[in-house]
Design a protein around this ligand. Structure first.
Ligand code: TYD
Ligand code: MG
Length: 457
């Protein structure tokens, strides 16, 4: 009888070792090794080889792009995110936390294809459950086939029979292949299944969407190799308590990774949000203190977002600081700058900061809006509702220039803002001639205080 070969795999990066290790020498993760059974055949198949693709070296000029016709997914956001539609034979990984809406999104994609025959394979739900969800999403879905199956060999047989033009696998962690003996969701299973699916995709030219769960620390569960194997990695993010979801391209072999798609989770599925500014800025009748609006850019898209700050006297010795959607360390830095430059005794104040819509912002251009919201709350003076801000704040209180200022100004003007505060060092390439919006240049925090609230100087 053949001896069963066992090996230890790092569950984080897929590193293989003959013996158990406390720390992975490859990715540095502690306590991540788990014993898995590896059968003989699997070691060879882990190498991607496309048997029936008779490739030969070609001159680059002679390669025609005709086969690269992209397939539209009948969804503006998805097409843009993928760089103008799906490339035939590509494999797309959608990652996200549990309950964020990965199954909803992918079923919706599979259902709403008027021109494509799609196959939705679920290893998590029964066909009836999927039907219930499909009814909830309210689509006819006559071109969509449903398969509740976890054995990959069976899935591939059905795929070859049905010959769909798009396959969705929900999720890679629940399917398994008989070639590998370890349990579904283990590193060797995930890797083997992904490679087999990839081979199917490349051989038949069928695009495959694969759903992947996310671990506690935010990585796609299973090995990093999964991210290397697939062509596109999309991350579905958002706060479960809010309705907005952001789909972000973090790897894309056929397009840009700076694209994002915004969706709104509704009772009947996900709705595309083509104009995010309109929902992220609440239109108050009267100006409220502690509220400001930033012209930010995420990915390639400019949009305006509301920032709220509350500054109050600290009830206890140590003041409380809390930031939602914004880096807390950056907020502390901005507070220190304000303390030094604007003379605020913020050390005895509690400061709470909140970004509307449960969206996380990493764009430094919202600094000026954050500072203005804090000042506004602290002084209890409202900022007029038609003002917005776009600049970074430096450690010495200088207002720093940011990129793509014109795009932000155009977006702000489109939404009816009358004044935008920007850095006075941002004038290079600034186009204001045809603009109705007035750009107020500020160079320092002190100047902002003066121009915004008439204080200081
Ligand atoms: P789901 O797609 O099952 O998440 P995942 O596959 O990422 O684990 O979505 C789960 C949540 O979405 C669930 O809490 C219910 C909500 N939901 C809606 O709000 N509207 C809908 O139309 C659907 C289908 C789900
Ligand atoms: Mg799911």
């Amino acid at each position: 009888m053949a001896k069963i070969k066992k090996a230890y795999f790092c569950q984080n990066c897929g590193f293989e070792s003959a013996k158990w290790l406390g720390k992975c020498p490859s990715c540095g993760e502690w306590n991540s090794f788990i014993e898995e059974v590896v059968s003989k055949s699997s070691s060879n198949t882990a190498v991607v080889g496309f048997d029936n693709v008779k490739a030969r070296p070609q001159k680059i000029d002679e390669i025609s792009l005709e086969e690269q016709q992209r397939v539209s997914l009948a969804s503006g956001e998805m097409d843009r995110l993928l760089g103008g539609g799906l490339v035939p034979g590509s494999m797309v990984l959608i990652g996200g936390e549990p309950g964020i809406g990965k199954s909803t999104l992918s079923l919706q994609i599979a259902l709403k294809q008027p021109l494509l025959k799609t196959l939705y394979v679920s290893g998590e739900e029964s066909a009836q459950q999927i039907k219930l969800r499909a009814d909830r999403l309210g689509s006819n879905g006559s071109n969509c086939y449903i398969l509740a199956e976890t054995l990959l060999e069976n899935i591939l047989v059905h795929a070859r029979e049905t010959a769909p033009q798009l396959i969705v696998i929900d999720s890679i962690q629940t399917i398994y292949t008989e070639r590998v003996e370890s349990s579904p969701g283990s590193v060797s299973q995930i890797r083997e299944c992904a490679v087999m699916l990839l081979r199917y995709a490349k051989e038949t030219g069928t695009p495959v969407f694969v759903i992947g769960h996310i671990t506690k620390d935010g990585g796609i569960a299973g090995p990093k190799v999964l991210e290397h194997i697939v062509d596109v990695v999309l991350q579905f993010e958002g706060d479960n308590n809010h309705i907005y979801r952001i789909l972000r391209a973090i790897k894309n072999r056929f397009g840009s990774t700076s694209e994002i798609g915004i969706f709104e989770m509704q009772g009947n599925g996900l709705r595309e949000v083509s104009n995010p500014s309109e929902i992220l800025v609440t239109h108050h009748d009267e100006a409220l203190s502690g509220v400001s609006v930033a012209a930010m850019i995420d990915g390639m898209r400019p949009f305006l977002i509301e920032i709220q700050a509350l500054v109050s006297t600290a009830a206890y010795g140590t003041p409380q600081r809390s930031a939602t959607g914004f880096d807390a360390r950056r907020m502390n830095m901005l507070l220190a700058v304000l303390e030094k430059r604007a003379g605020f005794r913020l050390a005895v104040k509690d400061v709470f900061l909140n970004i509307a819509g449960g969206i996380r912002v990493a764009d430094p251009a919202i600094d000026l809006a954050v500072v203005s919201a804090i000042l506004s709350s602290s002084l209890d003076m409202a900022i007029p509702t038609d003002y917005c801000f776009a600049a970074e704040v430096g450690l010495s209180g200088e207002i720093r220039p940011i990129n793509r200022i014109n795009q932000r100004i155009i977006e702000a003007e489109k939404l009816g803002f009358k004044r935008i505060f920007i850095s006075k060092y941002n004038q290079k390439g600034l186009e204001l001639n045809k603009r109705k919006i007035e750009a107020i240049m500020v160079g320092k925090i002190e100047e902002l205080m003066w121009k915004l609230f008439g204080k200081g100087k």
